[in-house]
Design a protein around this ligand. Structure first.
Ligand SMILES: Nc1ncnc2c1ncn2[C@@H]1O[C@H](COP(=O)(O)OP(=O)(O)OP(=O)(O)O)[C@@H](O)[C@H]1O
Ligand SMILES: [Mg+2]
Length: 451
């Protein structure tokens, strides 16, 4: 961090200079002023982080100086230097915005500690502001990548509901971007400067979850923490029934009862929940309360799995390549056509998280500037095989068993032929068939590949 600048304002020359010397020895840059007017001029030209000021000074006294500083430069901290006789005025100064006071004659160690603590807290606050700014930058709508109708529809709904208060429930498989959506919702809403609090309901035992949500005598729960902001409850299906009842009560009454304080806190929270499960069905089995379900799903948003919006795959790959190149100091801008083809067809059980991981791995392993098929993990191919062999669901209209069995047979035969590079004898062995039977089948089944 840059050297912190401290301005010392005091009309007592000795006191001012001794204080400045102590601070310089501590590594701070110091500026001094002999009266309030000079102090204000020097503050304007040098913008210090902290001002130490005496209360009684000519031209502009300490209190007037403090008021000026706070109205023009609210980020500059002010500490009052005061004699025992004027402690009361120092306390008044704190009401106007001074962060602390030091009484004369001062204890050098105490002065050092107060200043260090003040600057540390200022540093933390600045970091926080910076972080918030970065978050707002990051969670912009244009960072939700995807040109598919499906994702565009999701963005459209999200934009429609940012200004309101209606609870939003985001559903989608693992890694589809539920958290990204929740944050984008918050950081573009009128609540963006207020807290965004996340609670993963799947990460706690029932008893801990109770404290996490509703608090305990030793700490605030997420309801209180998220007050006036947004609360994102992830994996909401894990909320036990007794806590469902209490959450519903809080939502209905718009208040949180705190028995150990014998009071109730009014609640003003935007609720965002997420689940990978079909909660509607869970209400039928009684695992999730129907009344809470309806209250939480006023705005349901479903993110379809990546395999149902494959046109987003190349866009996401490009998006990830940009940041990953930077992160790993690489310059990869292309994929071989086989590699891309493969990624386009893969079933992406883990959705965007999995795609990101596969691309990250590929970026690390790629030497040149093009990603080729061989950098993908073997596991990917195995999963692909499982997918080939997946059993189809029976639609309401029914199926032709014989046709389906033949399709399945074709897939297995094709699979064996691929694995054996088209050597019929080996493929037959693999399938525990006589060679002639396999030959006969390859002739009869129309979709068998000829390798
Ligand atoms: N449309 C998108 N555009 C860009 N990045 C995305 C998109 N969707 C998801 N991501 C990124 O993919 C990763 C996974 O997203 P996120 O954590 O939001 O998913 P999730 O549904 O909450 O996953 P999980 O079920 O595993 O908790 C994150 O790094 C996120 O930024
Ligand atoms: Mg998540």
């Amino acid at each position: 961090m840059e050297t912190r600048k401290i301005l010392v304002a005091d009309d007592d020359h000795i006191e001012k200079e001794s204080l400045a010397t102590i601070l310089q020895r501590e590594g701070y840059e110091t500026i001094t002023a002999g009266d309030g007017k000079e102090a204000l001029e020097k503050i304007e030209s040098s913008l210090p982080d902290l001002v130490l000021t005496d209360l009684k000074m000519p031209y502009l006294n300490g209190l007037e100086l403090l008021t000026e500083i706070k109205s023009k430069y609210p980020d500059i901290e002010v500490i009052i230097i005061t004699g025992y006789a004027t402690v009361e005025s120092a306390i008044n100064a704190m009401k106007v915005g001074a962060i602390d006071y030091i009484s004369k004659p001062f204890n050098v160690e105490e002065v050092k500690i107060i200043i260090r603590k003040t600057l540390e807290q200022k540093g933390l606050r600045e970091e926080n502001v910076q972080l918030k700014k970065q978050l707002k930058e990051h969670y912009r709508f244009r960072n939700i990548i995807g040109s598919s109708h499906e994702i565009q529809e999701v963005i459209r709904i999200l934009k429609k509901v940012i200004n309101g208060m209606s609870p939003v429930m985001i559903t989608g498989e693992e890694g589809t971007g539920k958290e990204l959506l929740a944050k984008t919702l918050h950081f573009n809403s009128p609540r963006k400067d207020r807290p965004f609090v996340t609670l993963n309901c799947g990460a706690f035992e029932a008893e801990q979850l109770d404290e996490q949500i509703f608090g305990s005598p030793t700490g605030k729960g997420v309801l209180e923490q998220a007050n006036r902001g947004s609360l994102f409850m992830d994996e909401i299906e894990n909320l036990p029934l007794n806590l469902q009842v209490r959450l519903l009560e809080c939502m209905k009454d718009k208040e949180l009862k705190i028995p150990w304080k014998n009071k109730a806190v009014p609640l003003d929270i935007r609720f965002i929940t997420a689940t990978t499960e079909d909660l509607g069905r869970e209400t039928e089995t009684g695992r999730f309360r129907e009344d809470l379900y309806y209250r939480l799903t006023v705005i349901p948003i479903h993110i379809p799995p990546l395999r149902e919006r494959r046109e987003d795959i190349p866009l996401l790959i490009n998006h990830f390549l940009k940041t990953l190149n930077e992160e790993h100091g690489k310059n990869i801008h292309a994929l071989s056509s086989e590699a891309l083809d493969f990624l386009m067809k893969y079933n992406w059980q883990g959705n965007i998280t999995e795609l990101h991981n596969v691309i990250e791995r590929a970026v690390i392993l790629t030497e040149g500037n093009e990603i080729t098929l061989d950098v993908f993990p073997v596991r990917l191919n195995e999963v692909r095989e499982e997918e080939i062999l997946a059993i189809p669901k029976i639609p309401a209209a029914g199926i032709h068993l014989k046709e389906e069995v033949e399709k399945f047979e074709t897939k297995l035969i094709n699979h064996a032929l691929k694995r054996t590079n088209g050597v019929i004898t080996l493929a037959a062995e693999m399938l525990k068939l006589k060679r002639t039977t396999l030959v006969e089948k390859t002739k009869r089944l129309k979709d068998v590949i000829r390798v």
